[in-house]
Design a protein around this ligand. Structure first.
Ligand code: ZN
Ligand code: ZN
Length: 211
């Protein structure tokens, strides 16, 4: 096994990968190497070819660290939301067992790993945002309190424009479907949205179950 792989080892591995010169079955994986020309290759398999090991013989983090040393960007194809949920689950698990947690913290890397993420976004209408801010006149449209601070850039009252029915749920990007909120109310709205989603999901599971 090569410990200090170089950029041309990765290039050679990509060439072999393209020619199907490897002996394992490829399964869909989350992490991909991103090349300067914008192509994506599965990190785990490219690294395996480059170091001459089988994929189960190393962890994804080892492969990521090697890419960090080479300054090669890698991306996660999972959605941001899934990563957030995974983090929440890990925090819950970590809270269960302090002894193990402290043990892991002793050897944990203090440098966070970075990732590039591909995500789908909506292009919002700037006129809707401006009109709603104009309508609110510096006061939160939920609690009616004054905006907590002014923006440094232009000294305008800081409010966030929120969609009442989410764009993701088919809501309109319109003045009628938007409200200007203070950061606390905005956070709270999204908190309740999450709770309602969970209740909906639970209820549909119950209905399925009782069929
Ligand atoms: Zn508010
Ligand atoms: Zn919002």
């Amino acid at each position: 096994m090569k410990n200090n792989i170089k950029l041309n080892d990765i290039e050679a591995a990509i060439a072999l990968y393209k020619k199907n010169k490897f002996s394992w079955n490829i399964r869909p994986v989350d992490w991909h190497i991103s090349t300067p020309t914008g192509e994506l290759y599965p990190l785990k398999y490219i690294y395996a070819i480059a170091i001459g090991k089988n994929p189960p013989q190393f962890t994804t983090n080892q492969a990521k660290n090697a890419m960090l040393h080479l300054n090669l960007p890698y991306v996660s194809l999972r959605f941001v939301k899934e990563n957030e949920i995974a983090l929440h689950n890990d925090v819950d698990a970590s809270l269960q067992d302090r002894a193990s947690r402290l043990h892991r913290l002793e050897t944990a890397s203090k440098v966070p790993t970075k990732r590039l993420v591909i995500r789908e976004e909506y292009d919002r209408n700037s006129d809707v945002i401006a009109e709603v801010l104009d309508r609110a006149k510096g006061y939160c449209e939920s609690c009616n309190e004054k905006a907590p601070f002014n923006r440094l850039r232009d000294n305008r009252p800081y409010l966030e424009v929120h969609h009442i029915v989410r764009l993701a749920d088919g809501g309109d990007d319109s003045v009628q479907n938007a409200e200007a909120l203070c950061p606390n109310c905005h956070r709270q709205k999204h908190f309740w949205l999450t709770i309602f989603k969970l209740i909906e999901k639970f209820q549909s599971m119950q209905i399925e179950h009782n069929k």
